[in-house]
Design a protein around this ligand. Structure first.
Ligand code: ACO
Length: 428
């Protein structure tokens, strides 16, 4: 894989010849692993924006062109023709399943949808007003206390069954976190339904009545889940890898990913985007005033759902979700004023020099919140939905890491800027 070398020479003449290589797509990288040995220097890269932490075959993003590929397949084609469980198979195993593999995989996942009865009790132990993300992070971490039989991370069968359990149980746990919060009964899964239909039923059905999931709602959720299934080495996926790199079990590693996703700069952004749109609507602020606030460096306000560390072009997921927004709102008659405002804000920012210069475009979170709200999913469940969709991405990366011959415990360096070495004062 090594193509060329790059020579780094320090002022005092120390020299390192560093290998330079590329992947299938994307820019070349400099392999700095011998830099410290050759020159005594480390690299400094807060936020890791210039650092590749691993080689991966799962997902490719070209942020300048607005391209997102899962195992080489463009997200647009998967959104159009695939379904969530097929995408899960693709991400985990690298290829699309044939009919037999698809049937087998679906059956494996659906067989694991139930949770131990004690997990239901465990969730019931949370305070009635606990945030669903707080319940999710705790419950997923607690899963490792239920599956001692499959926690050997060096056993490929254990890794696989844990992956299946996580993908299968997330909708059940997510719906229980929601219904605990509402004081509603926990529904058992119905394995005759599709993965997404089953989730909608567990969220909204009650034992006293028949429930038929709306096909439009299921289609919209399926799209949202496909679009959020993976996004290469983002903060939460890197957290899962870093946690797993110490040998932590998969449930603990995914719980760490969920904790990271919770932050407003990551998975919490769609909730923040809806709050922002609501505030603008209710305050009567004009679009011009909102944009002026976002540009004002003395004002901490940022346009939520805009900008991305990697996409310096339209997020391809935002384009797909924007179209779904139109279709869904026409069908369900959702939050039209909010959607109108979102469209106007998008139009105004795309024409504004500040946003053009900084390549700030709407990201997927800008529209996903509107869809989720139109589906009746409350805002405090938005990040839970994201976590449920992303579980397959996290676990696929965790599995890939465990078969990577270059895998080591993750341990970044630092530049120490604290007090110089000094002596503890002598006591008189
Ligand atoms: N509104 C206004 N200005 C912005 C915004 C925004 N949403 N995002 C970035 N900028 C400006 C910054 O002020 C900065 O301006 P400057 O160069 O004049 O100082 C410039 O654009 C670059 O911004 P950074 O913060 O350096 O970009 P970074 O890559 O570190 O941050 C991030 C990316 C966190 C997504 C940022 O754009 C942001 O805070 N957006 C709002 C939150 C959001 O939507 N998060 C969702 C991310 S996608 C996801 O997790 C699925």
């Amino acid at each position: 894989m090594t193509d060329r070398t790059t020579t780094v020479t320090t002022d005092d003449g120390r020299e390192a010849k560093l290998p330079t290589f590329g992947g299938t797509h994307g820019p070349e990288v400099v392999d700095v692993r011998t830099l410290q040995k050759e020159t005594g220097l480390f690299t400094y890269d807060p936020g890791y924006a210039s650092t590749s932490s691993c080689k991966s075959k799962i997902t490719f993003i070209d942020g300048n062109e607005g391209v997102l590929l899962y195992r080489g397949y463009p997200i647009e084609q998967l959104a159009e023709s695939s379904n969530y469980l097929e995408v899960c198979y693709l991400l985990m195993y690298g290829e699309l399943p044939n009919d037999t593999q698809s049937e087998q995989f679906t059956s494996n996942i659906m067989q694991h949808t139930m949770v131990h009865e004690n997990i239901r009790d465990f969730i019931n132990g949370f305070r009635y007003d606990a945030h669903p993300m707080a319940m999710l992070v705790g419950t997923v971490g607690a899963l490792s206390s239920f599956y001692h039989d499959s926690l050997d991370i060096n056993n490929p069968e254990h890794r696989e069954i844990s992956a299946h359990r996580l993908i299968a149980k997330m909708p059940t746990i997510a719906s229980y976190c929601y219904n605990h919060h509402r004081g509603m009964p926990f529904m058992y899964p119905d394995n005759d339904l599709s993965y997404v239909e089953n989730f909608t039923r567990m969220m909204f059905a009650v034992p006293a009545e028949d429930f038929k999931p709306s096909p439009v709602a299921v289609k919209a959720l399926e799209l949202i889940m496909i679009l959020h299934a993976d996004h290469e080495q983002n903060a939460s996926t890197s957290t899962v890898r870093l946690t797993g790199s110490s040998g932590a079990n998969p449930f603990a590693s995914i719980a760490a990913g969920i904790a990271c996703l919770w932050g407003p700069a990551h998975g919490g952004a769609n909730e923040a985007a809806i709050n922002m749109l609501d505030n603008i609507l209710h305050s009567g602020e004009t679009i011009e005033q909102t944009i002026a606030r976002a540009k004002d460096k003395n004002d901490p306000f940022r346009l939520m759902g805009f900008g991305h560390r990697v996409y310096k072009n339209f997020d391809p997921r935002a384009k797909l979700i924007q179209k779904m927004c139109h279709d869904l709102l026409a069908d369900l008659g959702g939050d039209q004023p909010l959607f109108q405002l979102a469209m106007e804000l998008e139009k105004a920012t795309l024409a504004d020099q500040y946003f053009i210069d900084r390549k700030l475009y709407p990201n997927v979170d800008f529209y996903s919140g509107i869809i989720l709200r139109a589906l009746g999913i409350p805002m405090n469940m938005f990040t839970v939905m994201f976590a449920m969709s992303r579980t397959v991405g996290w676990i696929s990366h965790w599995m890939e890491m465990h078969t990577d011959p270059e895998f080591r415990i993750g341990r970044p360096q630092q530049v120490y800027i604290g007090a110089a070495k000094r002596d503890y004062p002598k006591k008189s």
